[in-house]
Design a protein around this ligand. Structure first.
Ligand code: AHR
Length: 548
């Protein structure tokens, strides 16, 4: 904090308060209005925030798929992060790390997007099945050799071990509709076709379930530099022919098809959304889409230059300002979607989002390795809150990326594994999976740093399927606690209990040497006169259930 800030020094504060009291006395005497007095209260004397929750009001279901993950064949995301091979000394089940599986199981990951990303549009699935894998290159990410040891069966086994659904992105950029159609037949048919027999020979007798199908990735850029019109004609063909044959996914649990959508708010992307959604409006029996993807990273500017460690309050405030732009972006593209799909049949799927910083020194820049700090925990909570508020349209999201890449849940180094601050936010938010959004009203106030002004706090509420009410509260202000007085209408609160995540510094991180520097701690509060008074630590995320 700036030492010149009135809240900076403990010794400065009494003198400051004395002068304030003198001012107040003088002001009362001179007949100034209360409004003037309030305006003169310095920024460091934070106001108590009044928040009200009306239990009789409810919004949309917060689809658990907004807690989805993304695992691209990139750097150590799959290899070493998930896959170590069955002859590894690292404890594994059929080549998949046990420690990582246990950590992810605890997150109840709803779905995992694979194999990319840009990688998907160069992936040929046949290279990754059977006893003899084809060794290829990974030109997108570091130009390294790809053994293809982690292929279709390994991915589906991994999902089975963690209990998640498959979101498979097919190759529209350099593949063919036939190649993609055959992949889906290989995966999903129960009939004794040659492809199904190959699947059985390769170790899986019955059909797999594929919940979500990505029809290309960033086709406006790394996925083939297509115009929106060209993409639409390609996408229709893929939508038509790439079928899911699993008998259990015909009437119910049908596979949802997700088209490539925008990568930002500029005119080329609003045009993209417009063209795809206009085509959707006149879709026929022969093709359909159920989702439009959107990618938006918190980066500041390209190429990514913000450091992921060793930064201060300025970079903390700047990054959080950028991340809050997610809300505008969703509003912008939702408005276009509303024009063509007022019934909101097509979901906006934010299937790549998160912080993208400069690569850590000493790492391969193509591997997108960065640290994950308390700032990222706050950033994750703010974005999850935005998605929850847009639950009517945003029904799926995938943070980039699951392990060792960008804003990861988990980092590994040989046999070591560390859980990141972002991991803990996902764990704390578990009660929000498939819960019903409950609107709350509050005046967030402002946290100011230099010329940046951000809301001081952010809060969402929800009712879970068992009828319990939950609050997720983020105190963005890194310098002051936030006191929140919660008034409840329709329920009587006796107490609140949950967890709070904070750390000494905005750039506090968990490392292999000090893995518990940023970890949630128990949090509880009692109600008085029917109101809950919660004191949130500076720069913190708190999730509580309301005890009735
Ligand atoms: O997540 C890293 C990359 O970012 C993805 O491969 C691509 O889709 C996006 O540009």
């Amino acid at each position: 904090m700036d030492p010149a800030h009135p809240c900076a020094s403990k010794t400065a504060r009494p003198a400051f308060l004395v002068s304030k009291i003198m001012f107040l006395a003088h002001a009362v005497l001179s007949g100034l209005t209360v409004i003037t007095l309030i305006a003169m209260i310095p920024a460091c004397v934070a106001q108590k925030i009044q928040l009200s929750l009306d239990a009789s009001k409810s919004g949309d279901k917060i689809d658990r798929n907004i807690f989805g993950q993304f695992a691209e064949d990139l750097g150590h995301g799959l290899y070493e992060g998930i896959w170590v091979g069955s002859d590894s000394t690292i404890p594994n089940t059929r080549g998949i790390r046990n420690d990582v599986v246990a950590a992810l199981k605890a997150l109840r990951v709803p779905n995992v997007r694979w194999p990319g990303g840009c990688f998907a549009d160069e992936y040929h699935w046949r290279n990754g099945i059977g006893p003899q894998r084809v060794v290829t290159l990974n030109p997108n990410w570091g130009g390294v050799i790809d053994t293809n040891a982690f292929g279709t069966h390994e991915f589906m086994d991994f999902l089975d071990q963690i209990g998640a659904e498959a979101y498979v992105s097919v190759n529209v950029g350099s593949g063919t509709p036939r190649e993609a159609a055959e992949w889906l037949e290989y995966l999903t048919t129960a009939q004794p076709t040659t492809l199904a027999k190959d699947r059985a020979t390769n170790g899986h007798q019955g059909p797999y379930k594929v919940g979500y199908l990505g029809l290309g990735n960033e086709s406006w850029d790394c996925g083939g530099n297509m115009t929106p019109e060209y993409y639409v004609s390609q996408m229709k063909t893929y939508s038509r022919f790439v079928r899911n044959f699993n008998p259990e996914q015909q009437d119910k649990n049908q596979m949802l098809k997700i088209a490539v959508g925008p990568g930002g708010g500029e005119p080329r992307w609003t045009e993209w959304t417009d063209v795809v959604m206009k085509a959707y409006q006149s879709h026929t029996w022969s093709w359909d889409i159920n989702g439009l993807s959107m990618h938006s990273y918190t980066v500041g500017k390209w190429p990514p230059a913000f450091a992921s460690t060793g930064f201060g309050e300025t970079e903390y405030a700047q990054i959080l300002k950028y991340t809050l732009e997610m809300d505008d972006l969703i509003n912008k593209h939702s408005a276009i979607m509303d024009k063509y799909d007022p019934q909101k049949k097509v979901a906006l799927v934010v299937d790549e989002w998160g912080a993208w910083y400069a690569p850590l020194l000493g790492t391969n820049p193509g591997f997108l390795v960065q640290q994950n700090s308390l700032r990222d925990a706050v950033l994750a909570a703010l974005n999850l809150n935005i998605f929850a508020r847009h639950a009517d349209r945003v029904r799926m999201a995938n943070i980039a990326q699951m392990i060792n890449v960008l804003q990861a849940m988990i980092m590994t180094n040989k046999e070591k594994m560390v859980l990141t601050p972002t991991y803990y936010v996902y764990k704390m938010y578990l009660p929000f999976q498939d819960a019903t959004f409950v609107p709350v009203t509050f005046d967030a106030g402002a946290y100011k740093h230099g010329d940046i002004s951000l809301p001081r706090v952010d809060v969402i509420a929800a009712k879970d399927t068992a009828g319990n009410f939950w609050l997720a509260l983020t105190n963005i202000d890194p310098n002051q606690p936030a006191e929140i007085e919660v008034s409840l209408n329709g329920i009587t609160a006796k107490s609140a209990a949950g967890e709070a995540l904070s750390a000494p510094k905005v750039d506090s991180v968990n490392t292999f040497e000090e893995p518990k520097a940023v970890e949630p701690k128990p949090f509880s509060a009692k109600a008085a006169d029917g109101k809950l008074v919660l004191t949130l630590e500076p720069k913190s995320v708190t999730v509580i259930s309301i005890g009735q």
